[in-house]
Design a protein around this ligand. Structure first.
Ligand SMILES: C[S@@+](CC[C@H](N)C(=O)[O-])C[C@H]1O[C@@H](n2cnc3c(N)ncnc32)[C@H](O)[C@@H]1O
Length: 223
């Protein structure tokens, strides 16, 4: 049972635990007293997972190798934008930026308020939208609706009920021109989306084996 002196270790770092996940903080740092961008991302991710395990679905952020694999399959047309679903603490966002996608062409949708505040502070040039991906059409500035070149999805699609999945995919393809890809990663051996039921063509594009756990990236189009 946690006491005032209890400690826990995550990714090799020690944290003081004071009775609940919400009140835990890295030793010597109070997240409440500092800018959101200065919070330890591994700890923030873990805290938000503890508060909402179904939505966050993983206790650690994605590995850089998974971000790079996704970034390799992103279109880079001058008149299009990239939209990332579920930014978390920005593991995939960073890989997208490092791959050369301009911050001004990257939009991230995150529905967790703390993670949204962190992402906004951490990636000042990126547009981080607070909301649910099912509302992508109304969240995006109107001039970019229909001009999304790739959606890079970091939300756990495989865990989402069929009807909600259908709504998310219908809205995703409503903001993309025909033939554009919806990228999704999964820890499963099978497709995270039911291709036939959702009228999708899709295939596995590769594995990021050094991710914990190993993750596969899938690419989907809808005619
Ligand atoms: C598995 S985490 C991935 C975070 C990050 N992309 C990564 O790979 O490390 C899923 C993220 O999606 C967010 N999320 C889940 N469902 C969402 C939804 N319907 N709309 C917006 N964000 C969502 C969660 O808050 C969480 O930050």
């Amino acid at each position: 049972m946690p006491t005032d002196r209890a400690e826990t270790t995550l990714n090799g770092k020690k944290f003081a635990a004071r009775g609940s996940a919400q009140s835990c903080h890295p030793r010597g740092h109070s997240p409440r007293a500092q800018s959101p961008a200065n919070e330890n991302p591994a700890w923030l991710f873990f805290r938000r997972w503890a508060a909402n395990p179904v939505s966050i679905a993983s206790i650690t952020p994605s590995a850089p190798s998974l971000g790079r694999l996704m970034a390799r399959h992103v279109r880079r047309e001058a008149d299009e934008i990239v939209v990332e679903y579920g930014g978390g603490t920005g593991a995939i966002t960073k890989a997208l930026l490092d791959s050369g996608i301009p911050a001004s062409r990257l939009f991230v949708i995150e529905r967790d308020k703390e993670l949204h505040a962190y992402m906004t502070a951490k990636f000042p040039g990126v547009t981080v939208l607070l909301g649910d991906v099912k509302d992508v059409r109304s969240l995006l500035p109107p001039q970019w609706v229909g001009k999304v070149g790739t959606i890079v999805c970091g939300i756990p699609m495989i865990l989402i009920p069929a009807e909600a999945q259908r709504l998310i995919m219908d809205e995703a393809y409503a903001v993309m021109p025909k033939g554009r890809q919806f990228l999704s990663f999964t820890y499963s051996l099978r497709s995270p989306l039911r291709r036939q039921a959702l009228h999708l063509s899709g295939k596995r594009l590769g594995w990021a084996v050094s991710n914990i756990p190993p993750a596969a990236v899938w690419g989907y189009t809808r005619d």
